[in-house]
Design a protein around this ligand. Sequence first.
Ligand SMILES: Cc1ncc(COP(=O)(O)O)c(C=O)c1O
Length: 377
Amino acid sequence: MTAADRANPVERIPLLLPDMPRADELVGLLREIDEHRWYTNFGPLARRFEAELARGFQAPCPLAVVSLANCTLALELLLAACRLPAESTILVPTLTFVATGTAIRRAGHRLLVADADPLSWTLTPDIARAAAAAQRIDCVVAVTALGCPVDAAQWDAFSEETGIRVIVDAAGAFGNQQAGQRIALAFSLHATKTMGIGEGGFVVSGDREWMERVRCLSNFGIDPGDFKVHQAGTNAKLSEYHAAVGLAALARWPERAALRRKLALEYRQCLQAHCAGIGFQQRPDAGAYATFCVLLPAGADPALVAARLADAGIETRRWYYPLLHLHPAFADAGTAGKLASSMSISGRLLGLPFHLDLDAGKMERVARTLARVLREA
Ligand SMILES: Cc1ncc(COP(=O)(O)O)c(C=O)c1O
């Protein structure tokens, strides 16, 4: 850094900036908690939050929602509620965040990693069908990679045709992912997601029995009928305070989602105008996303590009890096077919700053700096 740089430090552009309800949006809801004197254990705010969440989905059937402490526990409990034998084989895309693997492992099962579609970067029913034709699969955990929705109707059809249960790790796809009749979705409401409440999550499905088993497991496994534990669960309940933030977040959601949608479209145009050779995930334009990733041109080193952007005050992240089965904890995962698309995407993917504090000037700065770094690299 030169003396001139030290005198005029560039404004840092962070990768993420959480967008949470403000204190004054929460006050009325916190007063309700005071009145109820009910702080957790499926309280009135948590139940209202669940009902409002369920109303937000278009589905071919009535849906059940269970609010939970986070998405990782949601996935673990969905698997536990399937009551599969220990060490069952769970098909999962290797292009995902580590929490997907953590949940499978903590539920006591074996990972079988599969490739992702080269355009949407998600595991598709066709990929799962090919894997199921080659070996026994007991359950599929598909992933809405970087918020890109999967086709709920197609996964319902896959589950019906094969008898295999399907869970969708929809951690980052709140507002984008539709629900299904047979499949179950798990969403994250972590502060960094599009609709953050601090820590939180929920599951949704047309399979009400499955959802009620998850609710029971989230309360230690205590059966609400006889108050006995027939299957050990854990404590994964959402507190009334988190539900209050959730209700406030839902009230502002349509406006915040529209801002994210607009920003993502402008950002893409700006990047396309400045950076020749970069690629994008094929995802619905109408989606509200928490992250914005690009595929660097073939041959560019993401670690080097990230370091040069950091020098220029621009924070980036190699999301889903390394691939799930390349983490030491998951090195014993089986492999279903070739992982060529996942390896190619993972070797070129770079997450750029994306949050509601970005404006045209900051987008332009990111795009111009990335173009310069790519020219020099
Ligand atoms: C794909 C995926 N699955 C699961 C999770 C975990 O969600 P949570 O932090 O709510 O446990 C995340 C979080 O970023 C994620 O990206």
